[in-house]
Design a protein around this ligand. Structure first.
Ligand code: ATP
Length: 345
């Protein structure tokens, strides 16, 4: 029977669905009631499975419907968040594009660091004890997704003062302090590098690059330093959008090397590895060193900057190659050559 490409209606689903249609697939979107407008108005979905809440995607009736359409699910950030890793690993029976076992590795900071270390790419130094702080550090809390409550400090004293004031304001508790993740603050410019590892071609493709709009930090830095001190605003790093960027050409060998290394490390540690889209979120320093502070092992939100193709995807594929379309192309090639089992889990 014909394959349906399906995903949850959020995050990067527009180009996942649009790309699948371009490659000739039927598409289905699982959508929370009231959120269906973009998928209707942009006409990317052939089938709508409307649910009360996104997390219902793991319900038996929804899974049955998806399976009856011979669906392949393409995961993305919101899919992972709403379906939940435990369900994805244990009782989500719809075939999934890529490696479902690697999704936990991008979600848990220690596993993520382990994978990046194995790859031998440059990551921020990690401090296990606030007493060791000897340079600017960024302090992150597990609960504070989206970077609310993250702060920068440059000494143990400053760390303690800021922690005290956060406890006072009820943002964190004493118990949270032990869970604080302290890492080197990398001062540089942001590049989020989007790769696609094709099992069919055994090749890592550089598909695109974006940089982030983050609120309120982007607004905060538009205020002169003197006024920043006076208004006493607390910085947050909530992603509000993405813009496409091109990297200095002499940095590209580093970018390719990092992608190749991640694919090699992942295939050793979490077989079948990093098949499909992945992203390295980096800062490039003034020594032209690219430091990766975060990775995703599925389509990252920044791929929305190139639904019509990017500067880089143009070089390899010509016009109009989005990440979603690249995924669909891989499914098409695998299906035509009887190699589907290699690209789904
Ligand atoms: P996400 O939603 O991307 O998972 P998150 O809450 O896990 O976000 P991070 O991506 O780790 O947060 O960090 C949020 C932002 O903080 C980054 O986009 C970047 O601007 C900044 N940042 C994070 N780590 C560092 C670092 N080591 N040095 C400098 N800036 C950093």
């Amino acid at each position: 029977e014909d394959i349906t490409v399906a995903t949850l209606g959020s995050h990067t689903s527009l180009h996942i669905l649009n790309g699948a249609k371009q490659e000739g697939f039927r598409t289905a979107v699982v959508c929370e009631k009231g959120r269906e407008v973009p998928y209707q108005r942009f006409r990317v979905a052939d089938e709508f499975i409307i649910v009360d809440k996104f997390s219902d995607i793991v319900n038996d009736d929804v899974q049955d419907k998806l399976r009856s359409m011979n669906s392949i699910i393409v995961p993305h950030g919101s899919f992972v968040a709403y379906a939940g890793l435990d369900h994805i690993e244990n009782d989500f029976y719809v075939p999934m594009f890529g490696n479902r076992d690697i999704l936990r590795w991008e979600s848990e900071r220690d596993l993520e660091r382990k994978l990046m270390k194995e790859a031998g790419i440059r990551i921020p130094l990690k401090y296990t004890d606030p007493e060791e702080i000897d340079r600017p550090v960024m302090v992150k809390f597990p609960g504070a997704r989206g970077g609310r409550g993250y702060f920068v400090a440059s000494s143990t004293g400053e760390f303690n003062d800021k922690i005290d004031s956060m406890i006072e304001r009820g943002w964190i508790t004493e118990d949270d302090v032990d869970d604080a993740h302290i890492e080197e603050y990398v001062s540089g410019t942001n590049f989020c590098i989007h790769y696609f590892y094709s099992i069919m071609n055994d090749e890592v493709e550089l598909m695109g690059m974006d940089s982030r709009f983050e609120s309120n930090i982007d607004g905060l830095v538009r205020i002169p330093a003197r006024d920043q001190l006076e208004i006493n605003l607390d910085p947050s790093y909530v992603i509000t959008g993405n813009h496409p960027v091109a990297m200095r050409e002499s940095l590209l060998p580093q970018a390719f090397d990092m992608g190749d290394r991640m694919v090699e490390a992942a295939s050793k540690i979490v077989p079948p590895g990093m098949n499909g889209p992945f992203c390295l979120q980096t800062m490039c320093t003034d020594n032209l060193e690219i430091v990766t502070f975060e990775m995703s092992a599925r389509t990252d939100g920044g791929t929305n900057t190139f639904m019509h193709g990017s500067t880089y995807s143009y070089l390899l594929h010509g016009e109009g190659m989005s990440m979603g379309r690249r995924v669909a192309r891989e499914i098409k090639v695998a299906s035509e050559t009887d190699r589907l089992p290699e690209i789904i889990t």
